[in-house]
Design a protein. Structure first.
Length: 254
């Protein structure tokens, strides 16, 4: 049965800590060509050092420019950090926050992530807020509880108006870069659950409108099956986002 969708699909590529400026420029140029005209909403998130280069290439196209992180403060003595003011200066449209690699490798907690979310919203950015459980949390039956906590705490203090700038990305940590994708049914169960969490926080209409992406070993072979699920509204793609040949088929899935 054809599902009538009230939300547009949003497909984003997270390039993580890959690519020099020249490599990033080549990929961005190939994607601009491949995704025009595209059916969905698109974003690429290069590493900080390639933002300006890629920004110049995607400017005025149907591909948004994303950053992979930002500092929790606007400016000051924060060696090694990049601020929202600097990202604004580069023409960044959206910021990925709470990625599992930030949470688990760099020990970012919900309080810090929430501070970044609020600061990014204050400066008019769209935010992709990542949530997702570890394998041991899933095995202990805690997947929903972890996603609920990360969603609630990540969005603490975010107003109903600001929520329209938020996309949630459900990325089960055990599926990231491992080749193990959550089955469409398992992913759908958590997506529907996260939507119910949003409904409790912001009401049924807001829950109906919020876009929830899936991330974790998304490839051309599994994208359409995942996207066919009622509550899966797009993808946050890592490894397969690094080449036009592997990202474009996901971005153009039908
Ligand atoms: P992979 O697609 O490589 O599993 O990475 C997913 C991810 O972390 C995107 O943010």
């Amino acid at each position: 049965m054809e599902v009538t969708r009230s939300r547009d699909y949003f497909i984003a590529g997270n390039w993580k800590m890959h690519k020099t400026r020249a490599e990033a420029a080549a990929l961005a140029k190939a994607l601009v060509k491949a995704l025009k005209p595209g059916k969905h909403k698109y974003l690429v998130a290069p590493t900080f050092t390639a933002l300006e280069t890629v920004g110049a290439i995607v400017k005025g196209t149907n591909i948004l420019l994303g950053a992979q992180n930002c500092a929790p403060e606007e400016q000051g003595a924060h060696t090694g950090e990049v601020s929202v003011l600097q990202l604004k200066d580069l023409g960044v449209d959206a910021i990925i926050l709470g990625h599992s690699e930030r949470r688990h490798i760099y020990k970012e907690d919900d309080t810090l992530i929430n501070k970044k979310v609020k600061l990014a919203l204050k400066h008019g950015f769209e935010v992709i807020l990542c949530v997702g459980e570890l394998l041991e949390e899933r095995e202990k039956g805690k997947a929903e509880a972890v996603c609920k906590r990360q969603t609630e705490k990540g969005l603490a203090g975010v107003t109903p108006e600001e929520l329209s700038k938020i996309t949630i990305a459900y990325e089960p940590v055990w599926a990231i870069g491992t080749g193990k994708t959550a089955t469409p049914d398992d992913a759908e169960a958590i997506h529907a659950y996260i939507r119910s969490v949003i409904a409790k926080l912001y009401g049924a209409q807001a829950a109906k409108q919020i876009v929830i992406q899936y991330g974790g070993s998304v490839k051309a072979e599994n994208a359409a099956q995942l996207m066919a699920k009622e509550d899966i509204d797009g993808a946050l793609v890592g490894g397969a986002a690094l080449k036009e040949e592997t990202f474009a088929p996901i971005a153009k899935f039908s």
